[in-house]
Ligand binder design. Structure first.
Ligand SMILES: *Cc1c(COP(=O)(O)O)cnc(C)c1O
Length: 365
C-alpha cells in the first residue's frame, strides 16, 4: 500500500527527539499554554519573519479569532476563494459577517485577483486569500488591491508553512495570518493545534485575550472570549518538527520534480513561478476526464489518493442557497478533474515510479 501521507515513517525518523520532548513536558507538568507554547510562538514568529505568534487550539479557531480581533461582524462582507477547506468560509459566518465567494484562476487554483476586484462592494471589509496546496498567492499584488479598497487581509496559511513570494514568507504579508498544525499539514502536531501571526501588537494582544476567556490575568475578565490555547505537548512536538521543516519541504520539491518529469507528457502537472516557493502540501494533477475511475483503479493497485475538494464551497449545503449571483466556472473546472497523489517527504523514488507507471497504464488502456 502506498499511502497519501505516512506520519508513522516521519515519527520513526525523529523518534528520539520527539519522545524526549514529550517526556520533558510531562516532567514539567506544563500542559496548557505555558513555557513550551511560548517557546514555540517565538520560534514560529521568527521563522515566518513577523513579530508575534499567538498559539491556539486549531486552524479553524485561528481564523475565527483573527476575524474577531479585527472587529469584523454583522453587516460586513468578507471575500474568500471558491476552493478551500470549509473553515475559510465558516469563520466568516461564525463572527456574524457575510461570506462572498470569488472564483479562482484555473492555472494556480488560487483566488483570482480579477474576480476578487469584481466582488468588492461597499460592505467588503476583508479578504482571506488561501495558499491552496502550498502554492502562494501573489501577495504583493493582492495587498495593492486590498490597500486601494481599504480591506483587511487575513492569509489562510494552513497549507503553506514555509512558502515564499520574492523570498518573503506566506503569512508575513497580510494584516494577520493563520496556520493549522493539524497532524497532516506540512508542519503538524500530534493532535489539533493552530496559530495566528501578525506584526501588529494590538491585534496579537486581542487575539490572545479572545483565546483565554478575555483574561489578561487570571480572573481579570475584559470581555467574553473562549477557550482556545495550545497545549504543551503539541507545542514541544512542533518545536522539534519546525527544525526539520525546511529539509522536509526540499524533499517534497524533489519528489514533485520527479513526479513532473514522469507525468508531464500524459497529464496536467502542477507548475510554479520562479519568484515563488510552492511547498506542495498536496501534489495535485488536473484535467482528468476519468478522474473517479482512475482513483478507483489506483486504489485497487494499492495506491491511496484523495480529492481536494469534491465540491466547490459555494455549492456545499451551508452556502448553496446563499452564495449569490456570482458564478465560478474556473473553480468548477478545477474540481471536476483533480486528483491528489501520495505526497510526503519520506516517499521513495520507487513509490513515485509505481504511482506514475500505474497512471500511465490506466491512461493508455
Ligand atoms: C486545515 C485547514 C484549515 C483548518 O485547520 P484545522 O486545524 O483543521 O482547524 C483551514 N484552512 C485550510 C485551507 C485548511 O487546509
Amino acid at each position: 500500500m502506498i499511502p497519501l501521507i505516512d506520519l508513522k515513517k516521519q515519527y520513526l525518523s525523529i523518534k528520539n527527539e520527539i519522545d524526549e520532548a514529550m517526556a520533558s513536558v510531562i516532567d514539567d507538568v506544563s500542559f496548557i499554554a505555558g513555557t513550551y507554547a511560548q517557546k514555540f510562538e517565538e520560534e514560529f514568529a521568527s521563522y515566518i519573519g513577523v513579530k508575534h505568534c499567538v498559539a491556539c487550539a486549531n486552524g479553524t479557531d485561528a481564523l475565527e479569532m483573527a476575524l474577531e480581533a479585527l472587529g469584523l461582524g454583522e453587516g460586513d462582507e468578507v471575500i474568500v476563494p471558491a476552493i478551500s477547506w470549509i473553515s475559510t468560509a465558516e469563520c466568516v459566518s461564525k463572527v456574524g459577517a457575510s461570506v462572498v465567494f470569488a472564483d479562482v484562476d484555473y492555472e494556480t487554483n488560487n483566488i483570482s485577483l480579477k474576480h476578487l476586484e469584481a466582488t468588492i462592494s461597499s460592505k467588503t471589509k476583508a479578504v482571506i486569500p488561501v495558499h491552496l496546496f502550498g502554492n502562494p498567492v501573489d501577495m504583493p499584488k493582492l495587498m495593492q488591491i486590498a490597500d486601494r479598497h481599504n480591506l483587511y487581509v487575513v492569509e489562510d496559511c494552513a497549507q503553506a508553512h514555509g512558502a515564499t513570494v520574492d523570498g518573503r514568507k506566506a503569512g508575513s504579508f497580510g494584516h494577520m495570518a493563520t496556520f493549522s498544525f493539524y497532524p497532516g499539514k506540512n508542519l503538524g502536531a500530534y493532535g489539533d493545534a493552530g496559530g495566528i501571526v501578525t506584526n501588529d501588537e494590538k491585534l496579537a494582544e486581542k487575539a490572545r485575550l479572545i483565546g483565554n476567556h478575555g483574561q489578561a490575568k487570571k480572573f481579570e475578565f475584559q470581555f467574553e472570549g473562549r477557550n482556545s490555547r495550545m497545549d504543551g505537548l503539541q507545542a514541544a512536538i512542533l518545536s522539534v518538527k519546525l527544525k526539520h521543516l525546511d529539509n522536509w519541504t526540499s524533499l517534497r520539491i524533489q519528489h514533485v520534480e520527479y513526479y513532473n518529469a514522469l507525468l508531464k507528457d500524459v497529464v496536467d502537472v502542477p507548475s510554479y513561478k520562479h519568484n515563488m516557493k510552492h511547498v506542495f502540501h498536496q501534489y495535485v494533477i488536473k484535467g482528468l476526464k476519468d478522474r473517479d475511475e482512475l482513483k478507483q483503479f489506483l486504489l485497487s493497485e494499492g495506491i491511496q489518493t484523495a480529492i481536494h475538494y469534491p465540491e466547490i464551497l459555494p455549492y456545499i449545503v451551508p452556502y448553496k442557497e446563499t452564495h449569490g449571483e456570482f458564478s465560478f466556472p474556473n473553480a468548477e473546472k478545477v474540481v471536476t478533474g483533480i486528483l491528489s497523489l501520495p505526497m510526503f517527504p519520506e516517499m521513495t523514488n520507487g513509490q513515485i515510479e509505481k504511482v506514475t507507471d500505474k497512471i500511465k497504464g490506466f491512461l493508455s488502456a
